[in-house]
Design a protein around this ligand. Structure first.
Ligand code: ZN
Length: 327
Protein backbone atom coordinates (compact mmCIF):
# COMPACT_ATOMS: atom_id res chain seq x y z
CA UNK A 1 0.00 0.00 0.00
CA UNK A 2 2.73 2.41 1.08
CA UNK A 3 4.84 1.55 -1.95
CA UNK A 4 1.90 2.20 -4.26
CA UNK A 5 1.21 5.51 -2.55
CA UNK A 6 4.86 6.51 -2.87
CA UNK A 7 4.76 5.64 -6.54
CA UNK A 8 1.68 7.80 -7.08
CA UNK A 9 3.34 10.70 -5.26
CA UNK A 10 6.49 10.27 -7.36
CA UNK A 11 4.41 10.24 -10.55
CA UNK A 12 2.57 13.40 -9.47
CA UNK A 13 5.84 15.17 -8.61
CA UNK A 14 7.27 14.19 -11.99
CA UNK A 15 4.12 15.42 -13.72
CA UNK A 16 4.05 18.78 -11.97
CA UNK A 17 7.75 19.42 -12.32
CA UNK A 18 7.35 18.81 -16.03
CA UNK A 19 4.40 21.24 -16.18
CA UNK A 20 6.37 23.88 -14.29
CA UNK A 21 9.49 23.27 -16.34
CA UNK A 22 7.62 23.91 -19.56
CA UNK A 23 6.10 27.05 -18.00
CA UNK A 24 9.63 28.17 -17.23
CA UNK A 25 10.81 27.45 -20.75
CA UNK A 26 8.13 29.84 -21.95
CA UNK A 27 9.78 32.71 -20.13
CA UNK A 28 11.51 34.38 -23.07
CA UNK A 29 13.96 37.20 -22.67
CA UNK A 30 13.09 40.16 -24.88
CA UNK A 31 15.66 42.60 -26.09
CA UNK A 32 15.92 45.67 -28.24
CA UNK A 33 18.80 46.61 -30.49
CA UNK A 34 19.10 50.26 -31.35
CA UNK A 35 21.46 52.73 -33.06
CA UNK A 36 21.30 55.43 -30.38
CA UNK A 37 22.18 55.19 -26.67
CA UNK A 38 18.56 55.59 -25.55
CA UNK A 39 16.85 52.85 -23.55
CA UNK A 40 13.20 52.06 -24.30
CA UNK A 41 11.01 50.74 -21.52
CA UNK A 42 9.47 47.31 -21.94
CA UNK A 43 12.53 45.18 -22.75
CA UNK A 44 14.70 42.96 -20.55
CA UNK A 45 17.81 43.59 -22.60
CA UNK A 46 18.70 47.03 -23.99
CA UNK A 47 21.41 46.96 -26.63
CA UNK A 48 23.05 50.04 -28.09
CA UNK A 49 24.97 49.67 -31.37
CA UNK A 50 28.03 51.62 -30.26
CA UNK A 51 29.90 50.65 -33.43
CA UNK A 52 27.94 49.54 -36.47
CA UNK A 53 29.59 48.38 -39.68
CA UNK A 54 29.88 52.02 -40.73
CA UNK A 55 32.86 51.99 -38.37
CA UNK A 56 31.93 55.11 -36.40
CA UNK A 57 32.25 54.67 -32.62
CA UNK A 58 29.57 56.32 -30.45
CA UNK A 59 29.42 57.08 -26.73
CA UNK A 60 28.56 54.10 -24.52
CA UNK A 61 25.58 54.20 -22.20
CA UNK A 62 26.43 52.55 -18.84
CA UNK A 63 22.78 51.50 -18.48
CA UNK A 64 22.81 49.47 -21.71
CA UNK A 65 24.50 46.44 -23.22
CA UNK A 66 26.84 47.39 -26.06
CA UNK A 67 26.92 46.01 -29.58
CA UNK A 68 30.20 46.21 -31.46
CA UNK A 69 30.67 45.25 -35.11
CA UNK A 70 34.24 43.99 -35.47
CA UNK A 71 35.70 43.36 -38.94
CA UNK A 72 32.79 44.77 -40.92
CA UNK A 73 34.05 48.35 -40.89
CA UNK A 74 33.56 50.73 -43.83
CA UNK A 75 35.65 53.39 -42.15
CA UNK A 76 38.76 51.24 -41.59
CA UNK A 77 38.43 49.62 -45.02
CA UNK A 78 38.52 53.09 -46.62
CA UNK A 79 41.43 54.27 -44.47
CA UNK A 80 43.50 51.11 -44.95
CA UNK A 81 42.73 49.52 -48.33
CA UNK A 82 45.52 46.96 -47.72
CA UNK A 83 43.61 45.64 -44.69
CA UNK A 84 40.55 44.63 -46.74
CA UNK A 85 39.89 40.86 -46.91
CA UNK A 86 40.60 39.30 -50.32
CA UNK A 87 39.36 36.38 -52.43
CA UNK A 88 40.07 35.09 -55.92
CA UNK A 89 36.83 36.86 -56.88
CA UNK A 90 38.01 40.19 -55.56
CA UNK A 91 38.01 42.15 -52.29
CA UNK A 92 35.40 42.14 -49.48
CA UNK A 93 33.86 45.44 -50.54
CA UNK A 94 30.24 46.39 -51.12
CA UNK A 95 31.13 47.00 -54.77
CA UNK A 96 32.03 43.32 -55.32
CA UNK A 97 28.90 41.89 -56.93
CA UNK A 98 30.05 38.26 -56.66
CA UNK A 99 29.05 38.47 -53.00
CA UNK A 100 26.18 40.03 -51.05
CA UNK A 101 28.30 42.20 -48.80
CA UNK A 102 26.36 44.93 -47.06
CA UNK A 103 29.53 46.56 -45.72
CA UNK A 104 33.27 46.50 -46.34
CA UNK A 105 35.22 43.89 -44.43
CA UNK A 106 38.73 43.98 -43.02
CA UNK A 107 40.84 40.81 -42.86
CA UNK A 108 40.43 39.18 -39.46
CA UNK A 109 44.20 38.44 -39.36
CA UNK A 110 45.21 42.10 -39.44
CA UNK A 111 46.90 42.51 -36.08
CA UNK A 112 46.28 46.25 -35.75
CA UNK A 113 42.57 45.75 -36.39
CA UNK A 114 42.37 42.88 -33.90
CA UNK A 115 44.05 44.98 -31.19
CA UNK A 116 41.86 47.99 -31.99
CA UNK A 117 38.70 45.88 -31.67
CA UNK A 118 39.77 44.09 -28.48
CA UNK A 119 40.62 47.43 -26.83
CA UNK A 120 37.18 48.86 -27.68
CA UNK A 121 35.55 45.68 -26.40
CA UNK A 122 37.46 45.78 -23.11
CA UNK A 123 36.92 49.46 -22.43
CA UNK A 124 33.22 49.27 -23.25
CA UNK A 125 32.69 46.08 -21.25
CA UNK A 126 34.18 47.79 -18.19
CA UNK A 127 31.75 50.68 -18.53
CA UNK A 128 28.48 49.09 -19.71
CA UNK A 129 26.23 46.13 -18.86
CA UNK A 130 27.75 43.64 -21.30
CA UNK A 131 28.86 43.12 -24.88
CA UNK A 132 27.37 41.73 -28.06
CA UNK A 133 29.72 41.32 -31.01
CA UNK A 134 28.82 41.07 -34.68
CA UNK A 135 30.92 40.82 -37.87
CA UNK A 136 33.61 38.95 -35.97
CA UNK A 137 33.85 36.19 -38.59
CA UNK A 138 35.43 35.64 -42.02
CA UNK A 139 33.76 37.69 -44.78
CA UNK A 140 32.29 34.73 -46.72
CA UNK A 141 33.31 31.60 -48.66
CA UNK A 142 36.54 32.11 -50.56
CA UNK A 143 37.96 34.63 -48.06
CA UNK A 144 40.61 35.45 -47.07
CA UNK A 145 43.49 34.93 -49.49
CA UNK A 146 45.63 37.94 -48.51
CA UNK A 147 49.35 37.57 -47.74
CA UNK A 148 48.73 37.71 -43.96
CA UNK A 149 46.32 34.79 -44.12
CA UNK A 150 48.46 32.67 -46.47
CA UNK A 151 51.49 33.04 -44.21
CA UNK A 152 49.58 32.43 -40.98
CA UNK A 153 47.83 29.35 -42.32
CA UNK A 154 51.09 27.86 -43.62
CA UNK A 155 52.65 28.35 -40.18
CA UNK A 156 49.67 26.78 -38.39
CA UNK A 157 49.89 23.39 -40.13
CA UNK A 158 46.06 23.27 -40.13
CA UNK A 159 43.97 22.81 -43.25
CA UNK A 160 42.39 25.94 -44.64
CA UNK A 161 38.89 25.61 -43.20
CA UNK A 162 40.15 24.46 -39.82
CA UNK A 163 42.55 27.36 -39.68
CA UNK A 164 39.87 29.92 -40.63
CA UNK A 165 37.53 28.66 -37.91
CA UNK A 166 40.40 28.66 -35.44
CA UNK A 167 41.11 32.35 -36.12
CA UNK A 168 37.46 33.26 -35.46
CA UNK A 169 37.30 31.18 -32.28
CA UNK A 170 40.62 32.65 -31.06
CA UNK A 171 39.26 36.16 -31.53
CA UNK A 172 36.11 35.32 -29.58
CA UNK A 173 38.21 33.70 -26.84
CA UNK A 174 40.32 36.87 -26.54
CA UNK A 175 37.19 39.04 -26.59
CA UNK A 176 35.66 36.96 -23.80
CA UNK A 177 38.82 37.48 -21.71
CA UNK A 178 38.45 41.24 -22.17
CA UNK A 179 34.71 41.18 -21.34
CA UNK A 180 35.54 39.29 -18.12
CA UNK A 181 32.44 38.29 -16.15
CA UNK A 182 29.89 40.46 -17.94
CA UNK A 183 27.37 38.88 -20.34
CA UNK A 184 28.91 38.21 -23.74
CA UNK A 185 26.51 37.67 -26.65
CA UNK A 186 27.97 36.33 -29.89
CA UNK A 187 26.24 37.40 -33.11
CA UNK A 188 26.10 34.88 -35.95
CA UNK A 189 24.87 35.13 -39.51
CA UNK A 190 21.64 33.29 -40.35
CA UNK A 191 23.13 30.30 -42.20
CA UNK A 192 22.76 27.22 -40.01
CA UNK A 193 24.27 24.74 -42.49
CA UNK A 194 27.27 26.38 -44.19
CA UNK A 195 28.40 28.81 -41.51
CA UNK A 196 31.65 26.88 -41.00
CA UNK A 197 32.68 26.91 -44.66
CA UNK A 198 31.44 30.41 -45.32
CA UNK A 199 32.19 32.40 -42.20
CA UNK A 200 34.54 30.17 -40.20
CA UNK A 201 31.89 29.85 -37.47
CA UNK A 202 32.40 26.72 -35.35
CA UNK A 203 29.21 26.82 -33.28
CA UNK A 204 30.38 24.31 -30.66
CA UNK A 205 33.73 26.00 -30.14
CA UNK A 206 32.09 29.44 -29.84
CA UNK A 207 29.50 28.13 -27.36
CA UNK A 208 32.28 27.77 -24.82
CA UNK A 209 32.63 31.57 -24.64
CA UNK A 210 29.13 32.83 -25.44
CA UNK A 211 26.50 33.71 -22.84
CA UNK A 212 23.99 33.42 -25.69
CA UNK A 213 23.93 33.63 -29.47
CA UNK A 214 22.16 36.43 -31.33
CA UNK A 215 20.99 35.32 -34.77
CA UNK A 216 19.64 38.07 -37.05
CA UNK A 217 16.51 37.03 -38.96
CA UNK A 218 16.35 40.31 -40.85
CA UNK A 219 13.67 41.02 -43.41
CA UNK A 220 11.90 44.16 -44.47
CA UNK A 221 8.59 42.38 -45.05
CA UNK A 222 8.41 38.98 -43.28
CA UNK A 223 6.07 37.95 -46.06
CA UNK A 224 6.59 34.27 -45.23
CA UNK A 225 6.99 33.75 -41.47
CA UNK A 226 7.46 30.02 -42.09
CA UNK A 227 11.06 30.54 -43.23
CA UNK A 228 11.97 32.44 -40.09
CA UNK A 229 10.36 29.86 -37.85
CA UNK A 230 12.36 27.18 -39.67
CA UNK A 231 15.56 29.16 -39.20
CA UNK A 232 14.92 29.53 -35.48
CA UNK A 233 14.22 25.82 -35.13
CA UNK A 234 17.46 25.00 -36.94
CA UNK A 235 19.59 27.22 -34.74
CA UNK A 236 17.83 26.00 -31.61
CA UNK A 237 18.75 22.45 -32.61
CA UNK A 238 22.39 23.27 -33.35
CA UNK A 239 23.51 25.78 -30.74
CA UNK A 240 24.65 24.73 -27.29
CA UNK A 241 23.91 28.09 -25.67
CA UNK A 242 20.66 30.13 -25.54
CA UNK A 243 19.46 31.41 -28.91
CA UNK A 244 18.13 34.94 -29.41
CA UNK A 245 16.81 35.48 -32.95
CA UNK A 246 16.64 39.10 -34.05
CA UNK A 247 13.68 40.69 -35.85
CA UNK A 248 13.85 43.82 -37.96
CA UNK A 249 11.47 46.72 -37.39
CA UNK A 250 13.06 49.71 -39.09
CA UNK A 251 16.77 50.24 -39.64
CA UNK A 252 18.67 53.49 -40.30
CA UNK A 253 17.80 55.12 -43.61
CA UNK A 254 14.90 52.78 -44.42
CA UNK A 255 12.05 53.97 -46.58
CA UNK A 256 8.92 53.16 -44.51
CA UNK A 257 7.03 52.33 -47.73
CA UNK A 258 9.33 49.38 -48.27
CA UNK A 259 8.74 47.99 -44.79
CA UNK A 260 6.08 45.73 -43.39
CA UNK A 261 3.86 47.18 -40.69
CA UNK A 262 3.89 45.61 -37.21
CA UNK A 263 1.51 42.84 -38.39
CA UNK A 264 3.94 40.39 -39.97
CA UNK A 265 6.64 41.14 -37.42
CA UNK A 266 4.38 40.26 -34.50
CA UNK A 267 3.12 37.16 -36.30
CA UNK A 268 6.69 36.05 -36.99
CA UNK A 269 7.67 36.78 -33.37
CA UNK A 270 4.85 34.50 -32.13
CA UNK A 271 5.91 31.73 -34.46
CA UNK A 272 9.56 32.01 -33.45
CA UNK A 273 8.59 32.07 -29.76
CA UNK A 274 7.11 28.58 -30.08
CA UNK A 275 10.36 27.05 -31.36
CA UNK A 276 11.98 26.86 -27.94
CA UNK A 277 14.44 29.73 -28.40
CA UNK A 278 15.36 31.59 -25.23
CA UNK A 279 15.10 35.18 -26.39
CA UNK A 280 13.98 37.55 -29.10
CA UNK A 281 15.56 40.86 -30.07
CA UNK A 282 13.91 43.69 -32.01
CA UNK A 283 16.03 46.06 -34.14
CA UNK A 284 15.21 49.70 -34.83
CA UNK A 285 17.27 52.73 -35.81
CA UNK A 286 16.08 54.79 -32.85
CA UNK A 287 13.84 54.94 -29.79
CA UNK A 288 11.03 56.68 -31.69
CA UNK A 289 10.70 53.82 -34.21
CA UNK A 290 10.81 51.30 -31.38
CA UNK A 291 8.06 53.09 -29.45
CA UNK A 292 5.98 53.45 -32.63
CA UNK A 293 6.21 49.69 -33.05
CA UNK A 294 5.16 49.08 -29.44
CA UNK A 295 2.18 51.44 -29.87
CA UNK A 296 1.08 49.81 -33.13
CA UNK A 297 1.20 46.33 -31.57
CA UNK A 298 -0.76 47.47 -28.50
CA UNK A 299 -3.42 49.21 -30.62
CA UNK A 300 -4.00 46.17 -32.86
CA UNK A 301 -6.44 44.29 -30.61
CA UNK A 302 -7.74 42.23 -33.51
CA UNK A 303 -4.27 40.91 -34.39
CA UNK A 304 -3.50 40.14 -30.74
CA UNK A 305 -6.67 38.07 -30.54
CA UNK A 306 -5.88 36.32 -33.80
CA UNK A 307 -2.45 35.35 -32.48
CA UNK A 308 -3.89 33.70 -29.35
CA UNK A 309 -3.24 29.99 -29.60
CA UNK A 310 -0.17 30.29 -31.87
CA UNK A 311 1.98 29.04 -29.01
CA UNK A 312 3.76 32.37 -28.76
CA UNK A 313 2.16 33.49 -25.51
CA UNK A 314 5.29 35.24 -24.16
CA UNK A 315 5.12 37.63 -27.12
CA UNK A 316 1.46 38.44 -26.41
CA UNK A 317 2.31 38.88 -22.73
CA UNK A 318 5.02 41.30 -23.82
CA UNK A 319 2.47 43.36 -25.75
CA UNK A 320 0.22 43.34 -22.65
CA UNK A 321 3.19 44.67 -20.69
CA UNK A 322 3.74 47.41 -23.27
CA UNK A 323 0.07 48.29 -22.98
CA UNK A 324 0.41 48.88 -19.24
CA UNK A 325 3.61 50.93 -19.77
CA UNK A 326 2.02 53.11 -22.46
CA UNK A 327 -1.24 53.60 -20.57
ZN1 ZN B 1 43.51 37.97 -44.82
Amino acid sequence: MMIRFAKIVATLIAYFSEVFASEEELALKFGMFIYEPTPVEGFDLQVYRLKSERGIVGTPNPEMTTNIACFGDNNMAAKHPDWVAMSKDGPALRTNKKYNLRWDIVCNQEKQMIDYMLDIIEETADNTKGITVSSMHVADHGFCTCHRCKEAQAKSGLDRLEWRAQTVTDFIKSAKERVKNKPFYVGLLPDPVNAYERFGLDFDALAEYATAFVVPHWSKTYATPWYFETLSRSFKKLLKKPVYPGLYIRGPGDNPNELESHTQILKTACRIARTGVEGLIFLAANATYMKDFQKACVADVKLREELEGYGGKPVLDLVDKWESILA
